[in-house]
Design a protein around this ligand. Structure first.
Ligand code: C5P
Length: 224
């Protein structure tokens, strides 16, 4: 019942932050709103794809025609992504927490008169890296890179290191007060095997529509 340039394709999208618990009431998180990822899921569904959206904790409506799986932690997200495979395309927009607390407390940590508690952290799995080297690697693997400096240079390096086909890089140096993080607009650079394109600032749903057009064209080129 779906038609469009992505008809017959399965597109997997991750979006939002992850929450890493410290105790029953506290967690480590970041300022990702999930808007860009949800916009990409919506655009892919509108283009006829079957879309699985693995979402961290966000305040957003599920786009029409999208299958949404809600998760909290990076490890939950990694499992949900693995369970959603195979996919023709994966677009990893989630701002996955780099670290989680090594020991999650069963009870709320108490304020003490002595020193504040030390938080031991350990590294979370890198979902994009795992997909890049998986035997179920999607034909087109797209990562995002939120950078505050050397945006394009870092994105190029990230593309190689994570074995992604494309990296969509954006400058988040303005923080949440500026347009990008949490805002409705985005200004991105698309880093591919053949170079870098600087896209003008535009609404996140326009970025999504344009990226989906590029995805459809790339799949057609590869003819798979
Ligand atoms: O290294 P950095 O976190 O900047 O990489 C960002 C890209 O990697 C994004 O596509 C993000 O969704 C993905 N990523 C991931 N798992 C992590 C960290 C990042 O999938 N643990």
């Amino acid at each position: 019942d779906r038609s469009g340039p992505l008809e017959g394709r399965h597109v997997l999208v991750t979006a939002g932050p992850t929450h890493e618990p410290i105790d029953p009431v506290r967690y480590i998180a970041n300022r990702s709103s999930g808007k860009q990822g949800f916009a990409i899921a919506a655009a892919a569904a509108a283009a006829g794809a079957r879309v699985t959206l693995v979402a961290g904790p966000v305040q957003l409506e599920t786009p029409p025609g999208v299958t949404r799986i809600d998760v909290q932690t990076a490890r939950d997200m990694a499992n949900a992504v693995r369970d959603a495979l195979p996919a023709d395309v994966a677009v990893m927009t989630a701002a996955v927490a780099d670290w989680r607390a090594s020991d999650v407390m069963d009870q709320k940590l108490k304020k003490r008169s002595s020193a504040p508690p030390a938080l031991r952290l350990e590294e979370n799995p890198d979902i994009l890296v795992s997909l890049g080297s998986s035997d179920k690697r999607p034909a087109l693997l797209i990562g995002f890179a939120a950078e505050t400096e050397n945006v394009v240079e870092n994105a190029r390096a990230k593309r190689e290191r994570k074995r992604a086909d494309w990296i969509v890089a954006n400058d988040v140096s303005g923080g949440v007060g500026k347009s990008v993080m949490g805002g409705a607009d985005n200004r991105v650079h698309l880093v591919t095997e053949s170079g870098v394109e600087d896209w003008p600032e535009m609404p996140k749903d326009r970025v999504a529509a344009r990226l989906v057009e590029r995805i459809a064209a790339a799949l057609e080129d590869r003819n798979d």
